[in-house]
Write a protein that binds this ligand. Structure first.
Ligand code: HPA
Ligand code: ZN
Length: 351
């Protein structure tokens, strides 16, 4: 049955955005660490923070670009030492995600941020994996892990991290590439991603957040990614936009992140409507919600409030895209897509 999107009034959009089932595909779990939890873990672990209070830490969250954020983000992660810490961090995210009607989440984690401080890889992955299992059992939320390599470090370091991860191969579904983008093009990691493909891992990479469209092209051609994280700078290369649309290559767009890190000056200037109008498989995600001012529903609500081109049809498309772009079996994601249709059909009938 076709959904009559025109029957859904604009004032009902925020409630619908919150209620609709959705998947989150771009969340750095270390970026969900709220200042309150940072302080609680610092106390529990005897770590001294360079900020006197929660408020002082939160006041430091004024970023000018990606690097200015990463410096604080890595400092925040320094309180994570024990398996329980990683569990507590992920569990706090899952409770918020479930409240946002997230039915499926694919979580990035940055093992090198922890192993380089002497925290064993197995401590990180055991805590996160346990939280994923409990999210499924207790919240009905399906969750999986994607291991990200830090691109400001060497390819040899990434390869060593992959080796450490292999005993836990069943605990993560894929690999990604994050951290400082400019000056660290995807091709720097050609060999390690080739090895990951041989191992049957799913492949994603951040590209075209601050870096040029050429980084998106090399993520596709060299790393052979199945999704592009961010990718918003693709619009600078019309041939690339055409290719991304033709290949139905998903982009995991993060609206609040882009505004906080000054990729766009304002939400009203974000190119999400243009990406959808070009036929791209865009999705909405929170990136680092504790640092950027909101979790997934807040990203939807603020983007739709600032961008009048986005209405009920686009809300449905973005949620449907999140299921299409996820790494779950077609039978499962089609079930979620049917639930989504039901929510919109009910909203159209109720108006
Ligand atoms: N970009 C790159 N690396 C990151 C980000 C991001 O937005 N968040 C956490 N690591
Ligand atoms: Zn990111």
């Amino acid at each position: 049955m076709a959904i009559d999107f025109d029957r859904i009034a604009r004032e009902r959009l925020p409630a619908l955005l919150r209620a609709m089932p959705k998947a989150e595909l771009h969340i750095h779990i270390e970026g969900s660490l709220e200042p309150e939890l940072i302080f609680r873990l610092a106390q529990r672990n005897g770590v001294t923070l360079p900020y006197p209070s929660v408020d002082a830490l939160r006041a430091a969250y004024a970023f000018t670009d990606l690097q200015s954020f990463l410096d604080i983000y890595y400092a925040g992660a320094s309180v994570l030492l024990k398996e329980q810490d990683f569990f507590d961090m992920a569990w706090a995210y899952f409770e918020k995600a479930a409240a946002d009607n997230v039915v499926h989440a694919e979580l990035f984690f940055d093992p090198q941020t922890h192993t380089d401080r002497g925290v064993p890889f197995e401590v990180v992955i055991r805590g996160l994996h346990h939280a994923c299992q409990r999210a499924h059992a207790e919240l009905g939320l399906s969750a999986s892990l994607i291991l990200c390599f830090l691109r400001h470090l060497s390819e040899d370091a990434a390869m060593a991290t992959l080796e450490q991860a292999l005993p836990y191969r069943s605990h993560f579904i894929g690999v990604g590439l994050d951290s400082s983008e400019r000056g660290h093009p995807p091709e720097k990691f050609a060999r390690v991603f080739a090895r990951c493909r041989e191992l049957g891992l799913r492949i994603v990479a951040h590209a075209g957040e601050e870096g040029p469209p050429a980084y998106i092209v090399s993520a596709l051609d060299v790393l052979k990614v199945e999704r592009i994280d961010h990718g918003v700078r693709c619009v600078e290369d019309p041939a690339l936009v055409e290719r991304l649309a033709a290949e139905r290559m998903p982009l995991t767009v993060c609206p609040l992140s882009n505004v906080k890190l000054c990729v766009f000056k304002t939400m009203a200037g974000h190119n999400l409507p243009a990406l959808l109008a070009a036929g791209l498989v865009a999705t909405v995600n929170s990136d680092d919600p504790a640092y950027f001012g909101g979790y997934l529903n807040e990203n939807f609500v603020q983007a739709f409030a600032a961008l009048p081109q986005l209405g009920p049809r686009e809300a449905h498309t973005l949620a449907r895209n999140s299921f299409e772009a996820s790494f779950v079996a077609p039978s499962v994601r089609e079930g979620w897509a049917r639930q989504l249709d039901d929510v919109f059909a009910a909203a159209a009938a109720a108006t």
